[in-house]
Design a protein around this ligand. Structure first.
Ligand code: 4GX
Length: 241
């Protein structure tokens, strides 16, 4: 999978792309991430990317021309199908596990990271295929949302997550939360490890984990079990994720 990022803060991505699972995926060549400085696509002396909003009001708006040039240039660099172009914005559809898997299946992506009050609407109209939000809160730029998306996508690339059963058993994959985890030491501030995990009875351990996963989901995220999406899932409806 090849991801390209457009941003005025490319340096934010350095440590992220070199570290942990994402770093290993990039190192192994399973994931290719190219970060482009939007200012390289400006044509004025001051390399400016923002301007005052038509109609007045506070704040600044990112101007369309650098975005048009940048998106079209990085999208055309490779032959084959055009990459899918994603704008990170609170106005987008909320990211979830189903959307991550769908995006992972789209092949190459271009991620547009805006700043300020937003981007000239004509960018969205002409060079954006899909708007994605990582949640209902306001950040200062699309860079952290892009990193969230990159990390989630990297886990869907075959070979990135060490044991493939880890991905299959991930929370949400089965529409429910993960079971609790324990490791050494056996007693922490008086709290013991559930005896079944020390029993060596693997069938009993699997039953306990399934029951605890269901209990955790009921307690913390009942919406995953009885929402309309969950119902669609049991019906095998595509909209159920
Ligand atoms: N999930 N932000 C984007 C600037 C902006 C606004 C409109 C394009 C269009 C966010 C989120 C988020 C803040 C990123 C505003 N760019 N993005 N930025 N929540 O809050 O994705």
């Amino acid at each position: 999978m090849r991801l390209q990022v457009l941003t005025i803060f490319p340096e934010l991505f350095g440590p992220f792309l070199g570290t942990s699972l994402v770093g290993k995926a990039v190192e192994k060549g399973l994931l290719e991430v190219r970060v482009h400085d939007l200012r390289a696509y400006t044509e004025d002396r001051h390399r400016s990317v923002d301007d005052e909003p038509y109609g007045g009001g506070g704040g600044m708006v990112m101007a369309a021309p650098p975005w048009m040039r940048a998106v079209r240039t990085v999208s055309a660099e490779r032959s084959g199908p055009a990459p899918w172009r994603v704008l990170l914005t609170p106005q987008g559809r909320r990211l979830d596990d189903a959307k991550v898997r769908q995006l992972a299946g789209r092949g190459d992506l271009v991620l547009l990271c805006g700043r300020y009050e937003g981007i000239d609407e004509r960018v969205r109209l002409s060079v954006v295929d899909e708007e994605i939000s990582i949640g209902d809160y306001v950040l200062s730029g699309g860079e952290l949302p892009a990193m969230v998306l990159i990390e989630a996508l990297s886990r869907q690339v075959p070979g990135v997550v060490g044991q493939s059963r880890s991905v299959e058993e991930d929370s949400f994959r089965a529409g429910r939360l993960d079971h609790p985890h324990y490791t050494r030491p056996p007693v922490v501030e008086g709290m013991e490890v559930p005896a079944v995990l020390l029993s060596g009875d693997h069938a009993a351990i699997e039953r306990w984990r399934a029951a605890e996963a269901l209990r955790a989901t009921r307690e913390k995220r009942p919406d995953l079990l009885d929402g309309p999406r969950a119902e669609a899932k049991w019906r095998g409806d595509a909209s159920g994720g």
